[in-house]
Design a protein around this ligand. Structure first.
Ligand code: UDP
Length: 263
């Protein structure tokens, strides 16, 4: 599938057109950003790992009946996906309190939540993706009540499936963010809601079950070092990367602040 015009470039991914108007290419960059773009760096190898990890997770979810945008992986950094109208909402699921929840409400770090907590944020970088309620979503027509009902149900099922997937490899799924889109049939009479974007250590908090060592983007946010080794550990435990592969030996894993990065 040939790459067409660039449709959109985000912080960690680029989308390209293909000849088929319903199919696009999702390219994973090495760029890492945090705190609404205030902190930026290039983490060598991150794009490759996220491409593989997201492919693995979405394929597994789809085998359990979750409709997703994923079609197939094209190469190390790119995958073919269905084009969808993305809801302007980030859907956040929390199983253990950390991050903005602890800051906002003073809930002690590490509190295990009795049941998963769903949060909604408005996707708007200029406003720092503010937390919103369902009422905001309905008032401003960002999604209908029926759509949110379907999405909430899908989200909780995805959480159950992911908790199980990670528990099996000694990882606690602390929280994560997902996005959904809508695709239409030919005469635009019927639509379907599908899981979009990515699921990777960029969008999840993943802690080692025993040591609680962070294996996700918090290594970058909090300057913990060994970012790529964390992502690599997730890939290795999921069985995506052969045991003996060590990304740092093939010159991966270097973190280069973006302003110093050579073109
Ligand atoms: N998250 C994300 N993209 C965002 C905001 C959050 O992928 O733009 C993920 C984040 O990695 C974490 C979860 O959503 O797994 C909850 O994030 P939180 O609100 O605690 O964000 P923080 O501001 O602490 O990064």
């Amino acid at each position: 599938m040939n790459k067409g015009k660039k449709l959109y470039e985000g912080k960690a991914k680029i989308l390209y057109e293909t000849k088929d108007k319903n199919i696009i290419i999702q390219h994973f960059k090495d760029d890492a950003t945090a705190f609404n773009n205030l902190k930026k760096a290039s983490v060598e190898g991150k794009g490759v790992l996220n491409n593989r990890i997201s492919e693995y997770i979405l394929t597994n979810l789809s085998q359990c009946g979750i409709k997703t945008h994923f079609i197939k992986r094209l190469n190390m950094r790119e995958q073919l996906i269905k084009k969808a109208e993305i809801f302007p909402i980030e859907f956040i699921v929390r199983n253990i309190a950390t991050g903005s929840l602890t800051k906002r409400l003073g809930i002690p770090e590490g509190t295990v939540l009795e049941k998963p907590l769903l949060e909604y944020c408005f996707k708007k970088d200029e406003l720092n993706d503010p937390l919103i309620s369902k009422e905001h979503i309905f008032s401003f027509d960002w999604a209908t009540e029926k759509e949110i009902q379907i999405i909430d149900r899908m989200t909780l099922r995805i959480n159950d499936l992911l908790i199980g997937m990670f528990r099996g490899i000694g990882i606690k799924l602390v929280d994560f963010k997902i996005e959904y889109g809508k695709t239409w049939n030919k005469d635009r009479r019927e639509s379907e809601i599908i899981l979009a974007d990515e699921i990777s250590p960029d969008t999840c908090r993943l802690w080692d079950s025993k040591t609680e060592k962070k294996l996700d983007k918090d290594r970058f946010r909090k300057d913990l070092g060994n970012i790529i080794q964390g992502y690599q550990e997730v890939a290795r435990r999921l069985g995506i990367m052969p045991e003996e592969t060590n990304i740092s030996e093939v010159n991966f894993g270097k973190t280069i602040p973006l302003k110093f990065k050579k073109k």
